[in-house]
Design a protein around this ligand. Structure first.
Ligand code: TPP
Length: 507
């Protein structure tokens, strides 16, 4: 802490190490640069694993640093001496204990690993006796360098370009790694949009691929919120070829490959593991933007069947937004997603926590710009919504930012409201209230089980907000919903808005 105090590094104290890890991971996600979180040894570092795994599965560059008891003596015996390196190993790309005062190469190597291949977390442990040592030797500080991804091989591009025109009913799919790559390579936004326009094949997205290409495109076919049986699967079932751009198999499968079903060509910057449900027949591996450009150069004007599946579009999109016009109160999640869209400008950022309403946002929240609907469908941890919104508001103070959390997800990291207030952020926190674990209730019902163990009380969220010194509003009627959200943004600062929801007909 003393070193930090004397440095130019900005320190953001948080209320739990878990939230610190989630926030730093989101810093990495949004900037492409490595975020950093620190914790004390023992009880502190043991709050890190959920955030570390969130970063590992989601490809977020993150360095987690924690202390450790002395390693050269045991003057404090076993007090707080947890084997955190072993704990952190499976949830990071590397877990390192620093055992000598010659520290800089280890730190540089940690940062390199966070950025190498699929980005992710590295854990560094600094024992207190090593931290107290003086480094007598002069140790070279290792320079940082920019890394460019290699371009795809011409033979792979030629193979894909030979296969695609033969498809009778082709589809494109954008997955998690496409918007993720935009953080380090903003030019990819235009490359993806151009690719779709130039080849004219309709596209769908995974939940985390949303916004890769604007959904107001006439070629947008929908979002796969489930792995099978979702509205968009009608087109996937009819497709004979899916071109999967930036799919990451740590995301819940957007469809299941099997012995039958469409062939898959993968375009991505990494070759993913072969999975029972995902085994692309061919791959174009290299920096995504240049791959898309090279493919479009080869294919433009040569795809007679490009639009074969487009006649399904209208039906899929209208079924997908079923419930969005309902006048019911409490509001349907579909209608809520539309209401939120009304108050968010095109570049506004919505950060979702994890709960049943996420499905409706995936399907119904039209996304026009990459990374403007920040959701997680890999670890899919509850508690991530508010920390990721806080980071979005820190990084983009000029944009509207909203966290959308279930009542239970919010309760997991709600104490970070104080962090948002302390940072003087402008942030609307929308709490979707159904008085329990809606997703689990829904799963029990789907299997014919009675509702058990899901009803958990809430504090009065308006009073809770006031206790943090922020404004709280409870929406009581459908007509008040959009005006209440608008007023929350207009008022500035942190504002909690509570909306009761009826998710009984969610799928
Ligand atoms: C940390 C964590 N614990 C448990 C789960 C499993 N889980 C997924 S959704 C859910 C219920 C979420 O409730 P809430 O936030 O109120 O949203 P709702 O489903 O009611 O809309 C649970 C328990 C999880 N994803 N993350």
């Amino acid at each position: 802490m003393e070193s930090l105090r004397n440095s130019t590094i900005k320190l953001v104290p948080t209320h739990t190490e878990w939230a610190a890890a989630l926030m730093a991971a989101n810093w990495g996600r949004r900037t492409g640069r490595t975020g950093i979180c620190i914790a004390t040894c023992g009880p502190g570092v043991l709050n890190f694993p959920n955030g570390a795994e969130y970063a590992r599965l989601n490809g977020m560059p993150l360095v987690l640093i924690a202390g450790q008891k002395a390693i050269k003596n045991r003057r404090q015996a076993g007090f707080q001496r947890s084997d955190a390196v072993e704990v952190m190993k499976p949830v990071t790309k590397r877990a390192i204990q620093i055992a000598s005062a010659e520290i800089p190469p280890t730190v540089s190597e940690a940062f390199r690993i966070t950025q190498e291949g699929k980005k992710g977390p590295v854990y560094i442990e600094l024992p207190e006796d090593i931290a107290a040592e003086k480094c007598e030797k002069e140790v070279a500080l290792i320079a940082r360098h920019k890394r460019e991804l290699p371009k795809a091989n011409d033979a792979a591009l030629d193979r894909a370009a030979a296969r695609i025109p033969a498809a009778k009913r082709p589809l494109l799919m954008f997955g998690a790694a496409a918007p993720r790559r935009v953080a380090s390579c903003p030019g990819l936004i235009a490359d993806m949009a151009q690719f779709v326009i130039r080849i004219g094949i309709p596209f769908f997205t995974t939940q985390m691929g949303k916004g890769a290409v604007s959904e107001d495109s006439h070629l947008y076919m929908g979002t796969a919120a489930l792995s099978e049986g979702d509205y968009v699967h009608e087109s996937i079932e009819q497709a004979d070829l899916v071109i999967a751009i930036g799919h990451d198999t740590t995301e819940k499968p957007p469809f299941l490959m099997g012995p039958k079903g469409p062939e898959v060509i993968r375009i991505g910057d990494q070759s993913p593991p072969v999975e029972q449900v995902y085994f692309p027949q061919s791959e174009v591996i290299g920096d995504i933007g240049p791959s898309l450009k090279s493919l479009a150069d080869r294919l433009e004007g040569k795809l007679p069947n490009a639009g074969a599946l487009l006649p399904l579009r209208e039906k899929i999109l209208s079924r997908m937004s079923n419930g969005a016009d309902e006048e019911r109160w409490p509001v349907t999640p579909q209608r809520l997603a539309h209401a939120v869209r009304k108050v968010m400008p095109e570049n506004g950022i919505v950060a979702l926590d994890n709960g049943l309403y996420k499905l409706s946002f995936a399907r119904n929240y039209q996304t026009y710009v990459p990374n403007t609907l920040l959701l997680n469908n890999e670890l899919a941890t509850m508690g991530a919504g508010l920390p990721s919104a806080i980071v979005a508001a820190m990084l983009s103070p000029e944009r509207r930012v909203m966290a959308v959390c279930g009542d239970k997800g919010f309760m997991m990291t709600s104490q970070e409201l104080e962090t948002a207030v302390r940072l003087k952020l402008n942030l609307v926190v929308l709490i979707v209230e159904d008085g329990g674990y809606g997703m689990i209730r829904h799963k029990q019902a789907a299997r014919g089980f009675p509702d058990f163990g899901n009803t958990v009380g809430n504090p009065d969220f308006v009073k809770l907000a006031e206790a943090y010194g922020v404004k709280g509003t409870r929406v009581e009627a459908l007509d008040d919903l959009v005006p209440a959200l608008e007023a929350a943004f207009e008022g500035g600062g942190v504002h909690v808005v509570v909306v009761p929801i009826d998710d009984s007909r969610n799928k």
